[in-house]
Design a protein around this ligand. Structure first.
Ligand code: XMP
Length: 519
């Protein structure tokens, strides 16, 4: 890593929001690194030489018998420090202040701060109307501040919601400036960065360069394989690793025959011809379809596809031989609820299901270069790596592909019909300039036939449903409100151009109670 890089160190005490601090700092063009408190000694802290430090929140209490502490030389180094939530409390505890639990003083969710104390650069451009809306998540609160500190603002449950020792550039907040619901959180963090003297010239371009260097060092001369699905995450992962180690990366594209119209050809063309990636095309379309014969239960379909994927991927990678690493496009939201990203102290909420147990079965080490990024940052990185804009902005596509958009038994006849209808729907959405306003859009081919009349003849063909949703993260979603002209024109086009469909419906279910996919 570039040793002249201005670094901010985030000491992680296990908050669910710690990665968000890093994300906000990236938005403000500052490089930061998150290190769990237990991995830091006085010496490592000195060697790391950060320009400023943020102490994260965390689930512990300084009122407990044992509680997490930062290195003991932290406040001797003369570096600006911002303590957030638990970070504030541990700072007060160490510097001679007092923390209490008190009854009725915990605050979770929205809170209003009133300016009750001094002015400080840390609140520049804030409290324009005397108050600030913030997001809280605390049981304990600071009841007495240490010598040298002054109060700036308070909330109902936190008499010292913002405090400052401007002379030593030490700051503390009880609220979470890193979360979206703290209205001016970004401004607050920016004030801390300016006070700390950051020149704020970090960019996704420099992130790319640093990652490439780190990957070069990490992987050395070893061989890496990567399952390239054509989705944004695996594509960015592969391109990034390829930039670092070239032909020592082999990508395997498993064609399960359940991709959208022309998708496989486009993916192969782009990565093999344009990016000159070492790419194996595993044409297993017949194998997957044969194995899905007669299966209509959605979970069975998913299991069969998942297991076959592992089997096929393993077979092809064994032919390469002598592989040490498996690259995966895991993103931060995929890991946040499983284990703390840095191996730090946050609690396990649920175990994440990763790409079908591949690493365990193949006894490979994992390389996951996107682990600290959010989806929109991955797109930005993809752009830096030269992936085309239309490719990076594509809607998500599920691993099991069209199989879960074809309720009932999957046959090549049905998949072909579905593919054509899906392509028309997406073309229409692009023609109406709606593609980027919609999170995901696709057609579902229903296992239902209906009677229709075309020309003077009776038809008895499949019914399809259009699905288009808006969403931020895929966790909740709402149907997209197309106008009647769009729906009418699209329905006509599908029925006229796709043999096998004679009726089109529009799915107006939100998530919850529905899911985005039908299966
Ligand atoms: P649901 O249907 O659960 O989908 O509301 C939420 C998002 O996840 C995608 N999805 C998947 N993605 N493998 C994936 O890579 C899968 O098995 C899978 N199932 C659903 C879905 O397309 C939507 O974006």
């Amino acid at each position: 890593m570039n040793s002249n890089l201005e670094k901010l160190l985030i000491i992680d005490f296990g908050s669910q929001f710690t990665q968000l601090i890093g994300r906000k700092l990236r938005e403000l063009n500052v490089f930061s690194e998150i290190i769990p408190y237990q991995n830091l000694s006085n010496k490592t802290l000195e060697n790391y030489n950060p320009k400023a430090i943020i102490l994260s929140g965390g689930p512990s209490s300084v009122l407990g018998k044992k509680f997490p502490l930062p290195p003991s030389n932290l406040f001797d180094l003369g570096i600006p420090v911002l303590g957030i939530c638990y970070g504030l409390q541990v700072m007060m505890k160490l510097l001679g202040g007092k923390v209490d639990s008190g009854s009725g003083t915990s605050e979770f969710g929205r809170a209003i701060l009133k300016k009750t104390g001094i002015n400080s650069e840390i609140i520049n451009d804030l409290f324009i109307r005397g108050i600030e809306q913030v997001w809280m998540s605390h049981g304990d609160h600071v009841s007495e501040i240490s010598k040298g500190f002054e109060a700036i603002a308070s909330s109902e449950g936190a008499p010292f919601a913002i405090i400052a020792n401007d002379h030593k550039k030490l700051y503390g907040v009880q609220f979470h400036p890193e979360v979206y619901h703290t209205k001016n959180g970004l401004k607050f963090l920016n004030n801390f960065l300016l006070i700390s003297g950051f020149s704020k010239n970090w960019s996704m371009g420099s992130f790319k360069e640093e990652k490439i260097n780190v990957l070069k060092n990490q992987i050395g001369n070893k061989q890496v394989i990567c399952a390239l699905s054509g989705g944004v995450d695996s594509s960015v992962t592969a391109t990034l690793i390829h930039k670092a180690i070239g032909n020592k990366l082999t990508c395997i594209y498993v064609d399960h025959g359940l991709m959208r119209l022309n998708e496989s050809e486009e993916i192969i063309h782009m990565f093999k011809n344009n990016f000159k990636l070492n790419l194996i095309y595993a044409d297993e379309r017949d194998y997957f379809l044969k194995s899905l014969k007669g299966v209509s239960d959605p979970e069975m379909k998913r299991k069969i596809i998942g297991n076959l994927f592992i089997e096929v991927f393993t077979k092809y990678s064994e032919e390469i031989g002598d592989i040490e690493y498996l690259a995966q496009g895991t993103l931060y939201p995929d890991v946040i609820e499983s284990v703390s990203f840095t191996g730090g102290p946050s609690e396990t909420i649920k175990s994440h299901h990763n790409v079908g147990g591949l690493p365990k079965k193949m006894k490979l080490k994992l390389v996951e270069p996107l682990r600290e990024l959010f989806k929109d940052e991955v797109r930005q990185l993809g752009f830096e790596l030269g992936l085309p804009k239309e490719f990076i902005g594509r809607h998500p596509f599920p691993g099991p592909g069209l199989a879960i958009r074809c309720p009932g038994e999957v046959t090549s006849y049905k998949i072909n019909i579905l593919r054509k209808a899906d392509a028309i729907f997406i073309d229409q959405i692009k023609k109406y300039n709606l593609y980027d306003k919609i999170w995901q859009a696709f057609v579902v081919l229903l296992p239902v036939r209906s009677v229709g009349v075309m020309g003077d003849g009776r038809t008895y063909d499949f019914v399809c449903s259009l699905r288009a949703v808006t969403s931020v993260d895929g966790m909740t979603a709402d149907f997209y409100p197309f106008n009647n002209d769009f729906l009418g024109e699209t329905s006509n086009k599908i029925i006229n151009e796709v043999k096998g469909i004679n009726r089109v419906t529009y799915d107006i279910t939100s998530k919850p109670p529905g899911t985005i996919e039908w299966e």
